[in-house]
Design a protein around this ligand. Sequence first.
Ligand SMILES: *[C@@H]1O[C@H](CO)[C@@H](O)[C@H](O)[C@H]1NC(C)=O
Ligand SMILES: *[C@@H]1O[C@H](CO)[C@@H](O)[C@H](O)[C@H]1NC(C)=O
Length: 410
Amino acid sequence: MASLGLFSLLVLQSTAFGDTFLGESFAELSVNMYNRLRATGEDENILFSPLNIALAMGMMELGAQGSTQNEIRHSMGYDSLKNGEEFPFLEDFSNMVAAEKSQYVMKMANSLFVQNGFHVNDEFLKMLKKFFNAEVYHVDFSQNIAAAAHINEWVQNNTNDLLRDLVSSRDFDAATHLALINAVYFKGNWKSQFRPENTRTFSFTKDDESEVQIPMMYQQGEFYYGEFSDGSNEAGGIYQVLEIPYEGDEISMMLALSRQEVPLATLEPLVKPQLIEEWANSVKKQKVEVYLPRFTVEQEIDLKDVLKALGITEIFIKNANLTAMTDSKEIFLSRAIHKSFLEVNEEGAEAAAASGMIAISRMAVLYPQVIVDHPFFFLIRNRRTGAILFMGRVMHPETMNTRGHDFEEL
Ligand SMILES: *[C@@H]1O[C@H](CO)[C@@H](O)[C@H](O)[C@H]1NC(C)=O
Ligand SMILES: *[C@@H]1O[C@H](CO)[C@@H](O)[C@H](O)[C@H]1NC(C)=O
């Protein structure tokens, strides 16, 4: 029995990116995925890229036919499109991502690793190239250590060395014939950067009421801000939404923060596509005092679990119909891993000289304060199209404060 591995990899450094037409239709999917991850991962940080997953599934859909294909289309929300109409949209997204932008760097690298001597239909390869600009490489999966090393080197090459060890030799064996790799690298800057000298050690109170010391960034600036009611009377029932744009104003990070006394789990069930819309439409540009942790979230998700929960099941079983990809029988997807990495810091790794800095006045609180010293929900989205690029939550901001930032220096 041949197996096929799908590895979806994403690197997001210090921010966000891109643009898309598919944005709105993925909101529902994003929320469903989030809820699924929340149900399985107790009290953990969450990070994933709905759009990156959509591209990975698009690549799989190209190879699928019959009910296997229908299942993917249905679960991805393409029912209202004509069969195949989703590919030009996905292509647009890929292209936009690849386009040179001055405000951020984004690289998407899709590839198909094929067992030496294994036949993949030419038409599939052609479409993969056309819609996803995907490269095809040959490896020998029976030499699983060498195959894993090769794929990891490829990933490193395509993510500016940021992501290492995506796959391990245990992911492959002589039965593996195909592996799909889907990698995104992104790096951007805040529109209004935080001054490193304003970062202080601060207590962050987790939902179990334990405290950790974390580096807390500070700035007072113009952001989009709103207060919303969670419908309860608990601690006033009010939560805050803050939207911090990245350079270029195209992409922003949107945070939803409950009151200190209220666990994030009270807020999470409210999150729906319509509510996200409401946040986006209701926040107002105004001066806000922001205290935001400098943090890193890294998560590896077993996409198989998540996709199965969303109704994509056939592709994972032995009678999957992948006849558009290969004439070989009994091929199915055995592994699907989605790995993402997010670093939020003062300026972004390659920030230009500081500009437009705002002096701090602690004389009086004249503006709303957003003090992110307890768990929060966040989105990174395109402000114009509503496309959700990343979704997640931070429960443990202390995990991995590495990558060139020395905690002791604070
Ligand atoms: C796959 O789906 C196509 C299109 O519906 C169908 O013609 C074909 O018989 C199916 N093949 C397998 C192996 O299920
Ligand atoms: C990675 O990049 C190096 C240097 O450009 C190149 O020699 C090597 O073949 C690349 N490896 C892979 C797997 O693409």
